[in-house]
Design a protein around this ligand. Structure first.
Ligand SMILES: NC(=O)c1ccc[n+]([C@@H]2O[C@H](COP(=O)([O-])OP(=O)(O)OC[C@H]3O[C@@H](n4cnc5c(N)ncnc54)[C@H](O)[C@@H]3O)[C@@H](O)[C@H]2O)c1
Length: 259
């Protein structure tokens, strides 16, 4: 919903939100949450089959949805997707930089290509996507950027590239917040703990039990837990909150500095 006088959003209703990696897992949970609150949704993902399913699911919630097969680490593909989205929805109010990949390898066993790929997909993509939407947000004098980091940014043995990429997300978010604080644009980050995604179905019961016990709340997080936090940052009313990192991890950041 936009006020006639200023064209500024006053609620999520009618706002346009891009969710990268929105075809599955946490991203799909975020797309659902924003759609339920009236946003028009753009899902950018590489997985074409999952994109089609996600599009049907979001449309069934009554939301307008555009799905694009985009590699968020490719500046050309991202810029083309922004042009297309502006042509169909006119505005871009929210960018959720969620797409990411895991990266488990000890430093001594990690080659440079592996390191670079994780940094490219998890961190450089957030720079590429933010840079591509910011001119529109500056024009609107309104924007919400929400970057998905991870509790692992604190450091995990065997996850040097992943942790470094997620630590980079935190610093990138703080810098973005400062650069665009005068343009009505906020940038915040979320650090999920362990969240149940399709990957979980492949894990052995004992491993899942062990993971649950490592969480002070004794449960694995759900995509909806992260999605709630994204919605909070995306709300027009959250206009005085920027450059912040919010843990969504059932207390795990407090009690287990590693893994
Ligand atoms: N699941 C967890 O426990 C957990 C914990 C902390 C942080 N995170 C972070 O949350 C985000 C989502 O993770 P998830 O668990 O839902 O993962 P997921 O693998 O279930 O979903 C990730 C989605 O991103 C897409 N994707 C991957 N690379 C892409 C690229 N280059 N361009 C476009 N799309 C791409 C995939 O196709 C997939 O649909 C990631 O940034 C991840 O690091 C996850």
């Amino acid at each position: 919903m936009h006020t006639a006088a200023s064209n500024m959003p006053t609620s999520l209703r009618g706002m346009t939100a891009i969710v990268t990696g929105g075809a599955k897992g946490i991203g799909l949970g975020i797309a659902r949450e924003l759609a339920r609150h009236g946003c028009r949704i753009a899902i950018w993902d590489m997985d074409q089959a999952a994109l089609l399913e996600a599009t049907d699911e979001i449309a069934a919630l009554g939301a307008e949805v555009r799905a694009s097969q985009v590699n968020v680490a490719s500046q050309d593909q991202v810029e083309a997707a922004v042009t297309q989205l502006r042509a169909s929805f006119g505005r871009i109010d929210v960018l959720v930089n969620n797409a990411g990949i895991g990266g488990d390898k000890l430093v001594t066993k990690m080659d440079l290509d592996f390191w670079k790929k994780v940094i490219d997909v998890n961190l450089t993509s957030q720079f590429i996507c933010s840079k591509a939407v910011i001119p529109t947000m500056v024009e609107q004098n309104f924007g919400r950027i929400v970057n998905i980091s991870s509790r692992a940014w604190l450091g995990n043995r065997g996850q040097a590239s992943y942790s470094a990429s997620k630590g980079g997300v935190v610093s990138f978010t703080r810098s973005l917040a400062l650069e665009f604080a005068r343009n009505g644009i906020t940038a915040n980050a979320i650090a999920p703990g362990i969240v149940e995604t399709p990957l979980f179905a492949t894990l052995k019961d004992e491993l899942v039990d062990g993971l649950k016990k490592s969480v002070p709340m004794q449960r694995i997080g759900q995509p909806e837990d992260v999605a709630q936090a994204v919605r909070f940052f995306a709300e027009p009313a959250s206009s005085y909150i920027t450059g912040q990192l919010l843990y969504v991890c059932g207390g795990r950041s407090l009690s287990s500095p590693s893994v």
